[in-house]
Design a protein around this ligand. Structure first.
Ligand code: SF4
Length: 334
């Protein structure tokens, strides 16, 4: 029987639907007579991803994008909200069944070295969960792992080598191989390039693109690097202090950003034409605390366009142009 990595293609257009997702962490110390305070890491976030596409999730560090990824995968409990994966509400899936579904949802981490066990050879790192979840019959196991390694640009002789014998880029290839060996439908990539040299980044991006083309993976690509996100993504979500402030098709976000925060982020992306002038928008001040965010619009303390209404009313994320949404009082909120 031919060894095939190809997924059963989902009939649902959206493989993932996230609605009103919240993840709050209670603070341990509370003063007598005061209400318990919470770090609102993810605060009412909604989005969906079409099967076989990539959504880029961007924002400064601490904006909650990694927590969104981990909460979707149920690595953290959800405070409230709904995550529908492949038509199933994950909160309602019994834990035994969820365990069986795990291979379909994988994650690639930022630091490939700390996510790989130093005591296991590469073949075992990639194959451990393949055996545990019976992804292929026993008789095909070794050939299957070698096929996955080949797909990810890893030589067969690496099978018995250990993580410390590899460069950062090769280690990230091993992490990717470990994820795709489980025949996932959906992969969350959490800053997978940020620990790598720029030249190696391009190789890993190309690998991820090739694998997606071949096997129809759906990616949620979490990054602070907008130029990488532009290259890889079909749609983009911009987060600030736990909330989604802008979302839409990549082209629309890059050619017509609406939210002042998105405009500031894009102004920092280097231009491909060195003669083109960069009109960098420098944001004043630090990101406020997620324990005690500003009233109204959370961005108002750093926004160059803040108005009195911005302190009084939180803007709602509203659609303005064919899927292009933003949350800002500069646009009609009716
Ligand atoms: Fe700026 Fe007001 Fe828009 Fe917030 S709502 S981004 S403060 S203009």
């Amino acid at each position: 029987m031919a060894i095939e990595l190809m997924n059963e293609k989902s009939n649902n257009e959206n493989i993932l639907e996230v609605s009103n997702l919240k993840k709050y962490y209670p603070l341990s110390k509370i003063a007598v007579g005061k209400r318990r305070a919470y770090v609102k890491a993810v605060d009412d976030v909604s989005f969906s991803i079409k099967t076989g596409t990539t959504m880029g999730l961007v924002g400064e560090s601490g904006c909650g994008k990694t927590t969104v990824g981990r909460t979707i995968l149920r690595l953290h409990d959800v405070t409230s909200g709904q995550v529908i994966f492949n038509g199933r509400d994950l909160a309602k899936v019994p834990s035994r069944e969820l365990r069986k579904m795990r291979p379909q949802m994988q994650m690639i981490f930022q630091d490939p070295y700390s996510s790989l066990s130093p005591r296991l050879p590469i073949g075992e790192i990639i194959g451990e969960a393949v055996r545990e979840h019976n992804i292929v019959p026993k008789s095909q196991y070794r050939a299957y792992i070698l096929k996955v390694m080949k797909d990810c640009g890893l030589q067969p002789q690496y099978f018995y080598r250990y993580p410390h014998e590899f460069s950062g880029g090769q280690r990230q290839r091993i992490s990717i191989a470990r994820a795709v060996a489980l025949k996932p439908k959906f992969i969350i990539c959490d800053e997978p390039l940020s620990a790598l040299d720029v030249s190696i980044q391009a190789q890993i991006i190309n690998l991820m693109k090739d694998l997606q083309e071949q096997y129809q993976y759906t990616y949620l690509f979490i990054s602070h690097d907008l130029s990488v996100v532009e290259y890889l993504s079909d749609t983009i979500g911009v987060m600030y202090l736990g909330s989604m402030v802008e979302m839409g098709d990549k082209k629309k976000i890059f050619t017509n950003p609406m939210h002042p925060y998105t405009k500031a982020l894009l102004s920092a992306v280097p231009k491909s034409n060195p003669d083109e002038k960069m009109n960098r928008i420098i944001l004043e001040g630090d990101i406020p605390s997620p324990v005690n965010p500003p009233s109204g619009c959370k961005f108002r303390t750093r926004c160059p366009h803040a108005m009195p209404v911005c302190a009084e009313k939180a803007p709602i994320l509203k659609e303005y142009d064919d899927g292009h949404k933003t949350a800002c009082h500069l646009y009609s909120q009716d």
